[in-house]
Design a binder for this molecule. Structure first.
Ligand SMILES: N[C@@H](CCC(=O)N[C@@H](CS)C(=O)NCC(=O)O)C(=O)O
Length: 225
């Protein structure tokens, strides 16, 4: 079995999956999709017909799972991709296991969803381009939604955090939090205003899987930013 991840260095949804692949200790192949200008018509590569056949939303990431017999599974959406990896490669679990972990699992999924549907879509490229097209200030737009979302996350982890978002083992919630903190820096929101989140992100960054997944360490990174 081989894994091929179509992704982009600075994409936070891609960054989530890279972290999960690292936590599972999996080898994978990097396929860069330049969402800014990598496409055949001057637009981002996510709009190319070939890529859209894999990902009809024209977004990264997409994971190709190539079985030994040649069968290919195409997976889209970062959270279902991570849950697939968690089901197929059990250790270490990225959701608290068993009956005892039921409520903690709900909390992990809630935190992940706050990032996935409550913050990231509002900072996404297609959204900011549309805000610009309507004459709005996309930077003000993004900063407001990130600050509001992080304030909610800061409150939400108060009852569940240990070293990480939920307890003392990294979970899917941390796979979402760290890229969102990266985006906060990128869009000018200071995460220091959210001390619980900042402490969790600092703990995550000490783990090799999180460090290896950082945008600046990807082969398509354009540095200095
Ligand atoms: N819910 C999707 C979000 C994917 C997404 O929004 N990807 C962004 C990069 S983080 C993208 O491809 N944007 C391209 C565009 O907006 O044209 C997931 O989790 O995979």
């Amino acid at each position: 079995m081989r894994l091929r991840l179509h992704n982009y260095w600075r994409s936070s949804a891609s960054y989530r999956v890279r972290i999960a692949l690292g936590l599972k200790g999996l080898a994978w192949e990097y396929v860069a999709v330049d969402i800014l200008k990598g496409g055949s018509a001057g637009a981002g590569g996510q709009h190319d017909l070939g890529y859209r056949a894999k990902n009809p939303m024209a977004q990264v990431p997409t994971l190709e799972v190539i079985e030994d017999d040649g069968q290919v599974h195409l997976l889209t959406q970062s959270l279902p991709i991570i849950e697939y990896l968690d089901e197929r490669f059990a250790a270490p679990p990225l959701l608290p296991p068993g009956v005892a972990g039921r409520e903690a699992r709900a909390q992990v999924r809630a935190l992940a969803e706050m990032v996935n549907s409550g913050i990231q879509p509002l900072q996404n490229l297609s959204t900011t381009l549309q805000v610009q097209a309507l004459g709005g200030d996309d930077k003000v737009w993004v900063k407001g939604f990130i600050a509001r979302g992080l304030a909610a996350l800061e409150a939400a982890v108060a009852g569940s955090a240990g070293r990480y978002c939920v307890g003392d083992e990294p979970t899917i919630a941390d796979c979402c939090l760290v890229p969102q903190i990266y985006s906060a820096h990128r869009f000018g929101v200071d995460p220091a205003g959210f001390p619980r989140l900042a402490a969790i992100a600092a703990a995550c960054d000490q783990l090799p899987a999180f460090a290896a997944a950082h945008p600046d360490r990807q082969p398509d990174a354009v540095l200095p930013r």
